[in-house]
Design a protein around this ligand. Structure first.
Ligand SMILES: [Zn+2]
Ligand SMILES: [Zn+2]
Length: 274
């Protein structure tokens, strides 16, 4: 029994058309085919007008276009067709903790994913901003990434931290393990202290790095610290629901995990792999 707790319905320009039953049914069909028994829908919080100003820079401003109310309403309507948990993927910005809390409090969510895609205006996964990696140097990028991620955990705004070694995605050389290992351990300890889960995200296999997020070593620290995991495809199209889940389960088992978390009506369930 496995839930895919990282699914985006977005597809080109966002419109009511995205949420037609036919569009959503394609996600459910793939889920059934891939043995995925539940879906967590998590649109990016920045896509909604209510998020204006929560992320710095023009990139985000250009994307705040849609109605959070419509999203919330439409997804709640489809939850009787398939086991669907309603959530959001929210960018953590340290200066905006109060603003994010206010944004989230407008509606009830089954779960909220916390993500660090941005360090200031540097979008870690934005192709056109790739030059920042060389300009900052790898150690500064990774140090700031984990400082920000740990602050995200400590904010208590989120249930899960997503793709927790995102800066590897373009395949730039990582800092050595002696540098990363203490950060992995600090993150695992913070997750345990705040009862926040860590996500295994298979989208890294579709990126230049061709690796699941996170590295096995981080997952091992998380397991040792008794941190729960969720599994997500980060699908943005129906065909990617549940993609590479056998690989994700294998990685989880290598780190010692035998179950993952699922969210239903805002409550956490433990889902054994077998
Ligand atoms: Zn993300
Ligand atoms: Zn995502």
């Amino acid at each position: 029994m496995v839930f895919d707790h990282h699914v985006h319905l977005e597809h080109g320009p966002y419109s009511p058309h995205e949420y037609t039953e036919a569009w959503v049914a394609q996600y459910f069909d793939t889920a059934v085919r891939m043995d995925v028994t539940g879906i967590g829908v998590v649109e990016h919080a920045y896509r909604f007008t209510e998020a204006r100003g929560l992320l710095p820079g023009q990139w985000a401003l250009d994307r705040c276009r849609y109605s959070l109310e419509t999203y919330h309403h439409r997804i709640r309507q489809i939850t009787d067709k398939f086991p669907v948990a309603l959530g959001l993927e929210v960018d953590f910005v340290p200066e905006q903790v109060a603003g994010i809390a206010t944004y989230l409090a407008q509606y009830l969510w089954d779960f909220v994913l916390g993500s660090v895609h941005f360090l200031g205006e540097f979008g870690l996964d934005v192709r056109e901003m790739d030059h920042y990696y060389a300009e900052w140097g790898q150690e500064l990028v990774w140090r700031r990434y984990y400082e920000t991620t740990i602050a995200a955990v400590e904010s208590d705004l989120f249930d899960v931290i997503t793709h927790p070694d995102l800066p590897k995605l373009f395949g730039h050389p990582k800092p050595p393990l002696e540098f990363l290992d203490p950060w992995y351990r600090r993150l695992a300890d913070a997750l345990n202290a705040h009862q926040v889960a860590l996500e295994i995200n298979t989208a890294g296999l579709r990126r230049p790095i061709e690796e699941i997020y996170p590295a096995l070593r981080l997952l091992e620290w998380a397991h040792q610290a008794e941190v729960s995991i969720t599994i997500g495809s980060d699908a943005h199209e129906p065909e990617n629901v549940g993609i590479f889940f056998p690989e994700a389960l294998l990685l989880a088992k290598r780190a010692g995990y035998r179950s993952a978390l699922g969210f239903k009506h805002g409550e956490r369930q433990s889902l054994p792999f077998e």
